[in-house]
Design a protein around this ligand. Structure first.
Ligand code: ADP
Length: 176
């Protein structure tokens, strides 16, 4: 069972907008109107139709997720989730980040996504400590995949070799 579980998780170094999966997850902000980092890259690659759709949605609270189409992206869907802004660790940041993963997985199930790719939510402009965030990401992914068989592959898209190495390191701890 554990072996099967490990095979359902993968890591690549690269740009999430290039991922040919059913759904990519966007580290959005509460406005859902686009921003910098991965959010900006996704909006640029998807085209203006994406912004038109997120405008209609009207926003998303921290920790929750909303689905749009992928438009010009290879991915069919975009799951927009809003990570917490790190402010020292006493503002429920860990739980809110865990909620991002849980709610993104729930959204993936609702749209019937079998393959899903995640960026490292909250670790850019929102300054969540990388190792702590990866721990949460991998723990939530592990428990979700254990409880749910419909998602066959979760890929973590690492922006840079250092981030990739960190995921590998934490993966060994969480899936020892
Ligand atoms: P947040 O506001 O949630 O911190 P950011 O987009 O600033 O979101 O950063 C989240 C993570 O996404 C960071 O680790 C950043 O390096 C990474 N990132 C930025 N652009 C891309 C991209 N095109 N594909 C994958 N990851 C990316």
């Amino acid at each position: 069972m554990e072996t099967n579980l490990r095979e359902r998780i993968g890591f690549v170094e690269g740009d999430i907008t290039k991922m040919d999966v059913d759904a990519i997850v966007n580290a959005a902000n509460t406005s859902l109107l686009g921003g910098g980092g991965v959010d900006g890259a996704i909006h640029r690659a998807a085209g203006p139709e994406l912004l038109a759709e997120t405008r209609k949605i009207g926003g998303c609270p921290t920790g929750e997720a909303r689905v749009t189409k992928g438009y010009r992206l290879p991915a069919k869907w975009v799951i927009h989730t809003v990570g917490p802004i790190w402010s020292g660790g006493n503002r429920n940041e860990d739980e809110l980040l865990a909620n991002c993963y849980r709610n993104s997985f729930e959204a993936a199930i609702e749209i019937g996504a079998v393959t899903v790719a995640f960026p490292s939510i909250s670790t850019g402009a929102y300054r969540f400590p990388m190792e702590r965030a990866i721990n949460i990401a991998l723990r939530e992914t592990k428990s979700f995949l254990q409880a749910n068989q419909s998602i066959k592959k979760v890929t973590f898209v690492c922006f840079g070799r250092e981030v990739y190495n960190k995921y590998q390191e934490v993966f060994k701890e969480v899936f020892h």
